[in-house]
Design a protein around this ligand. Structure first.
Ligand SMILES: Cc1ncc(COP(=O)(O)O)c(C=O)c1O
Length: 382
C-alpha cells in the first residue's frame, strides 16, 4: 500500500529526499512542544530542556563513536557542511590564495556552492571526477593532494546514485598527509556504519529528516572540538561552544533523538528486495533499463534508473498524481539542467533526462514497485 497521510494518497518513492516521519517521532514531537522553556535559561525548566538536549547529543555521539563534546547541533546537513568547510578555511588563518581544497564533481549542490564561493575568494579547488560507477577512489584523492591542501570534503553516500565512497581509506590518506577530512554523511547516517574510531574524519555532517526525523535539525561532528580552531559561521549568544549561535530547537532535537533510536528497526532487509523486484518486472516486460552505479557497493534504499526508450516528459506528466519520484535530486529537480551527478559519471543530456531516482522506505511495498513497473510498460508502448 502507498503511504497514506492526511494530505496525499500517492506511492512515495522519494525517501532519499525526505524519509517519511516515523510515528514514534511524531508522538515525541507533539509531546515535546509543551516543554517551551529556553534550554539556555538557568532556572529549573530551562535545565530540564538542556538535559533532554544533552541526552540526544550523547546518543548521536554514541552512534558516531564520538564524544558528546564533539557534537554541535545545526539546522541540517546544509548548515553542517557550511560550518565544517567555512569554519575550517576561515579558522585556518591562511590567505585564501594559499589554500588548496579538494572535493568531487558529484557532491550535493550545497557543497559545490560552498567550494565555488571559496574559489571566488581566491582559494584553489580540485573537483575530482568520479569513476563511471560514481565512486571516488582513495588513489584519486592521494594524487590530488598538494603541500598546501587544507581540506578534503567527500560525501559518504551519493544522494542520487546511492553509491558508497570508501571513506575509511580516503580518510587514512588524508590523515597520513596531515590534511583535514570532512564527510557529508546525510545519506548514510544510521544506514551504513559511520564510526569516527574507524574513519579518520575531522568533520561529519548529519541530518534528521533522512531517517524519519523532522526537517530543520542536524548535527556536525568536529574532532577534538575544543582544541580545533574552527571558526563560527553563525555568531550568537555563546550557544554550542560559541560556534553556532541561536536558541536550540529542543522539540526538533527530541524528534531527532527518537528517530535515531527507532530508525534501524524500520530500515529492514525488505527494502533491499525492492530493486530486484523492479528489475525483474521491467525485464519481464521487455523494457530496456540501466541501473546506474551498478557493480559497486550501494545503499539499499536508492535506485538510479535510466529508461532509454521512454519519453521522460510523458512519464512525469502522466504519473504525477500517482508516484513521487525524483529526476536527478530533489534540490535540483525543478531545474531544467540535467543532474550534475549524472553528467559527472558520463551520461549525456538525453540519457540523463531519462534517468529517475527511486528511493524506498519501510512503507514501500512489492505492489508499489510492480505498479510503477506496470505504468512504465504502458507508457513505453504509447
Ligand atoms: C548528501 C546530502 N547532503 C546534504 C543534504 C542537505 O541536507 P538538509 O536538507 O538537512 O540541509 C542532502 C539532502 O538533500 C543530501 O542528500
Amino acid at each position: 500500500m502507498s503511504i497514506e497521510m492526511h494530505y496525499y494518497h500517492m506511492i512515495y518513492l522519494d525517501s532519499a529526499a525526505s524519509y517519511p516521519l516515523l510515528p514514534e517521532v511524531k508522538k515525541t514531537l507533539i509531546e515535546s512542544l509543551d516543554s517551551f522553556a529556553n534550554p539556555s535559561s538557568s532556572h529549573k525548566l530551562g535545565e530540564m530542556e538542556f538535559s533532554r538536549i544533552e541526552e540526544v547529543r550523547s546518543l548521536i555521539a554514541d552512534r558516531l563513536g564520538a564524544l558528546r563534546s564533539e557534537i554541535l547541533f545545526t539546522s541540517g546537513a546544509t548548515e553542517s557542511n557550511n560550518l565544517a568547510v567555512k569554519g575550517c578555511v576561515l579558522g585556518s588563518g591562511k590567505q585564501f590564495s594559499d589554500v588548496h581544497l579538494v572535493t568531487s564533481q558529484s557532491e550535493h549542490k550545497c557543497i559545490l556552492n560552498i567550494f565555488s564561493y571559496f574559489e571566488s575568494l581566491g582559494c584553489h579547488v580540485t573537483y575530482l571526477k568520479p569513476e563511471a560507477t560514481g565512486v571516488i577512489s582513495a588513489d584519486q584523492v592521494r594524487s590530488s593532494l598538494r603541500p598546501n591542501t587544507l581540506l578534503v570534503s567527500l560525501m559518504h553516500v551519493n544522494n542520487e546514485l546511492g553509491v558508497i565512497n570508501p571513506i575509511e581509506e580516503i580518510s587514512n590518506v588524508c590523515f597520513e598527509h596531515g590534511v583535514k577530512f570532512h564527510t557529508d554523511a546525510a545519506q548514510s547516517f544510521c544506514k551504513v556504519p559511520v564510526d569516527v574510531l574507524d574513519i579518520e574524519a575531522d568533520f561529519v555532517s548529519i541530518t534528521a529528516h533522512k531517517i524519519g526525523g523532522p526537517k530543520g535539525v542536524g548535527a556536525l561532528y568536529v574532532r577534538d572540538l575544543r582544541s580545533s580552531n574552527i571558526m563560527a559561521v553563525i555568531h550568537g549568544a555563546g550557544q554550542e561552544e560559541g560556534l553556532r549561535g541561536g536558541t536550540l530547537p529542543s522539540s526538533l532535537i527530541a524528534g531527532f533523538g527518537e528517530a535515531i533510536k527507532c530508525f534501524p528497526a524500520y530500515y529492514s532487509d525488505n527494502i533491499a528486495r525492492l530493486e530486484n523486484i523492479l528489475c525483474s518486472e521491467l525485464g519481464g516486460g521487455d523494457i530496456d533499463y540501466i541501473v546506474n552505479g551498478g557493480g559497486v557497493e550501494r545503499v539499499k534504499h536508492i535506485t538510479s534508473i535510466t529508461l532509454p526508450k521512454l519519453n521522460p516528459v510523458v512519464l512525469v506528466r502522466e504519473t504525477e498524481n500517482e508516484f513521487c519520484i525524483a529526476q536527478g535530486s530533489a534540490c535540483s529537480s525543478r531545474e531544467i539542467e540535467p543532474s550534475h551527478v549524472l553528467a559527472a559519471i558520463g551520461l549525456d543530456r538525453e540519457l540523463a533526462s531519462k534517468t529517475f531516482r527511486l528511493s524506498y522506505s519501510h512503507a514501500t511495498t512489492e505492489e508499489d514497485i510492480k505498479m510503477f513497473a506496470k505504468r512504465i510498460g504502458e507508457l513505453s508502448r504509447e
